[in-house]
Design a protein around this ligand. Structure first.
Ligand SMILES: Cc1cc2nc3c(=O)[nH]c(=O)nc-3n(C[C@H](O)[C@H](O)[C@H](O)COP(=O)(O)O)c2cc1C
Length: 382
């Protein structure tokens, strides 16, 4: 392997938490384990043990244990510690994503063979070799420790001798499309998007963001419905949304329920946007997944819709800046896009004002209209 190959593998290695059912060959497992066992260890004691679990029942039981560990304490512990995007990702892994891998490697330490003080630091270099070898073969993997908090149950499941304790579980398998799209791990400073943060006063409530003149919050479907339905019944405001038609009261109600459900499912969505001064709901600004345009997937888009009476005041730009900061700071996104129908110049202007650049012009697959896709990358720390 050349240096370039090595650096490419190191750069691409990421935690994979979504696997296809495609099997992994014995040969690939042997190569990955061989790489693991080339690692250094204190006194060259090599205190590692790797248990290769292929049996579907035992894999399912490990998956159950992981889910229980997550539900018993993992989620509550992580909620205040992880960004919302990462929380959702780890939750997906802990509640079935990781268990879907066709191989689970239970990484163990023989505490008799290794000195107590160096046993952990003698195991994890081997795990790192293993992760890198998996990446080099195109396999997905992840170093996870959550399941080991139920160590006794794990020991019983895989039948370990007394001196051997599990220290990690590494799923091994082939990425799904979603997992394959994970960008390389970036080197990030704590306040990567300082420039965008300026002017945004996000309070301690994660789902409430304040700007100078706006409050961005989650929806109260009953209380917000009349104001939102009025906005969706305006023909001018709806001209460039989807097929350009207005929505009935019932359609608006269904849409609000789905906006709110999206927040619950994904930890992000479209914020109900109100004027700080009066509390009036003026529309929405926020983040969504632009699955109507498969050619730019996977991605996250920023979008807005404000009542006609509130256009021309810079509210869309102000709200969009806050939503961008939310996407970069809280969700850890690396890139955000935005799409507007050609002819909707005001939205195009907002995209430019918030620092987005034109990525492409293309055709909306459903309406046949021309749309412009703008994009912005996560600001570099400075
Ligand atoms: C000691 C250690 C324990 C970890 N435990 C878990 C875990 O229990 N569940 C999980 O989903 N990821 C776990 N991870 C993976 C990290 O969350 C992940 O490596 C980190 O967020 C960086 O993301 P990336 O690997 O995708 O770049 C663990 C990583 C390490 C080093």
């Amino acid at each position: 392997m050349t240096d370039a190959d090595f650096f490419s593998v190191v750069t691409r290695q990421r935690a994979c938490r979504a696997f296809s059912a495609e099997p992994v060959t014995d040969d690939d497992i042997a190569r990955v384990l061989d790489a693991a066992t080339r690692a250094p260890s204190a006194e060259n004691r090599q205190p590692w043990e790797f248990v290769v679990v292929r049996d579907p029942d035992i894999r399912a039981a490990i998956g159950d244990l992981t889910r229980r560990a997550w539900e018993a304490h993992g989620r509550a512990f992580s909620e205040t510690r992880l960004t919302l995007g990462m929380l959702a990702e780890v939750e997906r892994g802990a509640t079935g994503g990781i268990a879907a891998a066709p191989v689970q490697l239970v990484v163990c330490a023989d505490v008799e063979r290794g000195l107590e003080i160096t046993v952990a630091s003698s195991i994890f270099p081997a795990v790192q070799n293993l992760l890198l070898a998996a990446t080099a073969l195109g396999l997905g993997s992840a170093l996870t420790t959550l399941t080991t908090t139920f160590g006794k149950e794990l020991v019983a499941l895989v039948g370990l001798p007394k001196t051997v304790v599990p220290v990690a579980v590494v799923p091994l398998g082939w990425h799904t499309e979603v997992a394959r799209a994970a960008p390389p791990r970036a080197v990030r400073a704590a306040h990567a998007s300082r420039a965008l943060r300026a002017g945004v006063v996000a309070d301690a409530q994660p789902l409430r963001v304040e700007t100078d003149r706006l409050v961005l919050r989650r929806w109260d479907v009953d209380a917000d419905l009349d104001a939102y339905a009025a906005l969706c019944a305006e023909s001018r405001g709806m001209r460039y949304i989807g097929d350009g038609t207005t929505r009935t009261h019932e359609e608006s109600a269904a849409q609000l329920r789905s906006f709110e459900q999206t927040w619950t499912d994904r930890s992000f969505g479209l914020f109900a946007t109100e004027l700080k001064r009066t509390g009036e709901l003026i529309g929405f600004v926020g983040l969504a997944i632009p699955d109507f345009l498969p050619e730019i997937m996977p991605s996250v888009e920023i979008g807005w819709r404000l009542g006609r009476a509130h256009w021309g005041n810079g509210y869309a730009t102000e709200g969009a800046r806050a939503a961008l900061a939310y996407g970069f700071d809280r969700l850890d996104l690396d890139r955000i896009v935005s799409v507007h129908a050609v002819g909707n110049d005001p939205s195009g202007n907002v995209m430019q004002k918030i620092g987005m650049h034109l990525d492409r012009e293309t055709v909306h697959p459903r309406t046949g209209g021309t749309v412009r896709v703008y994009a912005i990358d996560r600001p570099v720390a400075h």
